[in-house]
Design a binder for this molecule. Structure first.
Ligand code: SIN
Ligand code: FE2
Length: 219
């Protein structure tokens, strides 16, 4: 169940505006745009060391989203469950360090979203190709829920599903465009969220893909 979208995916968004999602949740429109020039080459270095891969859910399903990580801790999934790990299970090596431009963006966006002193130790990098989706979930594998989540969108657009504190609560469809940054924490930290199946599209930077960085304080 959902009501009409806040915007059409074809609408261009207004960089510099904010879309409020809750008392302590918002989308900073276009906030990452001035950072892209530094983020993109740093991303290439990360994925050379730790390539995108499709993990398996605890239920044994292959995830439609491909992922990798950088930072001291990386989010992983396999048939034994979801967890943070200091080592990339594919290589046995530590995840690549969080590049300086990633840290800068995460901290600037958190501050702009009302969360000073955010120091993420984990950056999950998700790659969505058309058809990929992420079902409604809460981010709750972190040690505590004091720090916010900072979530950066690059490439082709998607509808973010923004739910309530209970799984059954109605989810709003919020379009996320290249350069948008969602920040949520405090009373909104455990809101259910997900991503609707992506439509066919291409973007000059990423081709037929959406790249999402999710910064968290996990350990
Ligand atoms: C996530 O919840 O891990 C990803 C959200 C997104 O791709 O925007
Ligand atoms: Fe999430």
């Amino acid at each position: 169940m959902s009501t009409a979208p806040l915007f059409d995916l074809d609408d261009h968004h207004l960089a510099g505006t904010e879309t409020r999602l809750g008392p302590q949740a918002l989308v900073l429109r276009g906030f990452a745009l001035p950072h892209v020039e530094r983020l993109w080459p740093a991303l290439q270095t990360v994925i050379e060391q730790a390539p995108f891969r499709h993990m398996v859910t605890p239920g044994g399903q292959r995830m439609s989203v491909a992922l990798t990580n950088c930072g001291t801790l990386g989010w992983t999934s396999d048939t034994r469950g979801y967890r943070y790990s200091a080592l990339d299970p594919d290589s046995g090596l530590p995840w690549p360090a969080l590049p300086a431009p990633f840290m800068q963006l995460a901290q600037d966006a958190a501050r702009q979203g009302g969360f000073a002193d955010f120091t993420p130790d984990a950056c999950l990098i998700n790659r969505y190709q058309p058809g990929a989706r992420m079902s409604l979930h809460q981010d709750r594998n972190e040690r505590d829920f004091l720090a916010p989540i900072v979530s950066v969108s690059l490439g082709i657009p998607a509808f973010f599903l923004w739910g309530g504190l209970r799984r059954a609560d109605r989810a709003e469809r919020v379009p996320l465009f290249h350069g948008d940054v969602a920040v949520w924490g405090g009373v909104d930290r455990l809101r259910f969220h997900g991503v609707a199946p992506l439509k066919e599209d291409t973007h000059p930077l990423s081709g037929a893909a959406r790249i999402n960085f999710t910064f968290r304080r996990a350990g």
